[in-house]
Design a binder for this molecule. Structure first.
Ligand SMILES: [Zn+2]
Length: 281
């Protein structure tokens, strides 16, 4: 039976009472990193519908798990609501501001910052469409529920997520990755199970690029690889080698730029590592 959530919640608020619909609502437990670029994993009834604010962001998995992400520029207040035929349950969250730096990088080739060649612009447009398709993947899975490992065995954080980028003196979009410096050839390991939604060896900006869908719209991305060991459409398991660290594309030294996006929101993958799911490992 469909429910009008706004009317239900509005009516309860107006009455100032927690009515029977709320008392009988589905269970709702979340565990998260509540800050800009952060994320949370929740547990509720199997297949409960999940809202973040007013946006229906999907359904819990068959085991009741769901994922939430808080964009780099997310506002300070967020509310999650889950709904089943029993009713609804909600929880408010306070999203702390991120701590973002300014990242100035000079000496990049001009076609990596301000490309003008028509053929190159066409290539960049075509590659943007490939990436958009990779991000649009929505496999019905909850591979995020057992947490994420680091994708490298040894690394040094060389540029943090969210920094304001000034490349060759030109302000750009913020840095939506965590840069992990490591020797060229270091193995990149899948941080959790997933399905490869794009494996492309030679993108203009990203160089060797892999994208992995972990379920419910959570996609992690691996840039500048010197080698790619997986193919688009392939299932991967935690710890499997995806490829190797390199400095292909727009890079000034060997590193892995690790990115994560959930339903249009740019997240800091470092905040996902070690996050414990409710009742998870
Ligand atoms: Zn990066």
């Amino acid at each position: 039976m469909p429910l009008n959530r706004r009317a239900l919640l509005g009516g309860l608020t107006a009455a100032g009472l927690a009515g029977p619909a709320l008392a009988e609502g589905p269970p709702l437990i979340i565990s998260g990193r509540y800050r800009q670029g952060g994320c949370a994993v929740g547990l509720t009834s199997p297949r409960a519908r999940v809202w973040l604010g007013d946006e229906l962001v999907g359904q819990a998995s068959v085991t009741g798990y769901f994922f939430l992400g808080f964009d780099r520029d997310a506002g300070p207040a967020a509310r999650v609501t889950v709904e089943t035929e029993l009713g609804t349950s909600s929880q408010d969250m306070t999203i702390a501001p991120g701590d973002f730096d300014v990242q100035r990088i000079g000496g990049l080739p001009p076609d990596q910052v301000t490309p003008t060649d028509p053929a190159l612009l066409e290539r960049i447009r075509a590659e943007a469409a490939l990436k958009a398709a990779g991000y649009a993947s929505r496999i019905d899975a909850d591979f995020f529920r057992d947490g994420f490992d680091m994708p490298l065995k040894a690394w040094r954080l060389s540029a943090r997520f969210g920094g304001q980028r000034i490349l060759n003196g030109v302000p750009q979009t913020p840095h939506f990755g965590s840069d992990l410096a490591a020797p060229k050839g270091s193995a990149i390991l899948a941080p959790a199970d997933g399905v490869v939604t794009l494996a492309a060896p030679a993108m203009h900006f990203e160089g060797g690029l892999t994208m992995i869908d972990h379920g419910q719209g959570l996609v992690t991305v691996y840039l500048h690889q010197s080698r790619i060991d997986v193919a688009t459409g392939q299932a991967v398991t935690r710890g499997q080698t995806l490829g190797a660290v390199g400095m292909t594309g727009r890079a000034t030294g060997p590193h892995l730029c690790w990115r994560m996006r959930w339903r249009g929101r740019n997240l800091d993958p470092m905040l996902l590592v070690g996050l414990q799911s409710p009742y998870g490992r």
